[in-house]
Design a protein around this ligand. Structure first.
Ligand SMILES: [Ca+2]
Ligand SMILES: [Ca+2]
Ligand SMILES: [Ca+2]
Length: 139
């Protein structure tokens, strides 16, 4: 009985902690909102949907995301760790030519599509988003 109520108390504290984390990350663009916005009704990201997400950084519409377009939008949209945006750009520029475009997107897609089935599931997206954009600053 005592053990049971301790367990309940622990769960309660965990729940509170969870609510706090959620409310702290709310307000900006987070990975849940991004996934929901781009995944469509099939609830997985197809290559074109995934490219569409990266291309939303392309402010001047020339089909390429420059470093400054990426940095500016990353900051404006409240994406994680804006001070690391220049570093994220280098990470994403897989065919390194200073822009993100159709040459880079297939490589970035493969980083996220871990099981290689040609689409990015919600868990693949969220886990890799954390790996690339949210965990590094804790190192
Ligand atoms: Ca552009
Ligand atoms: Ca590139
Ligand atoms: Ca997959």
């Amino acid at each position: 009985m005592q053990l049971n109520s301790r367990w309940t108390a622990a769960m309660f504290i965990l729940t509170l902690a969870g609510v706090r984390v959620v409310s702290q990350s709310g307000g900006g663009n987070n990975k849940n909102q991004i996934f929901d916005r781009y995944s469509g009704s099939d609830e997985v990201l197809q290559p074109t949907e995934f490219s569409r997400f990266w291309l939303h950084f392309d402010d001047d519409g020339d089909g390429e995301v420059s470093k400054s377009e990426f940095d500016d939008s990353w900051r404006k949209e409240g994406l994680p760790d804006p001070q690391n945006a220049p570093w994220y750009f280098l990470l994403l520029d897989r065919v390194p030519d200073g822009v993100l475009n159709f040459l880079d997107f297939p490589h970035i897609f493969r980083l996220f599509d871990e099981d290689g089935d040609g689409s990015i599931s919600e868990s693949e997206f969220k886990e890799n988003w954390d790996v690339y954009f949210e965990r590094r600053n804790h190192h």
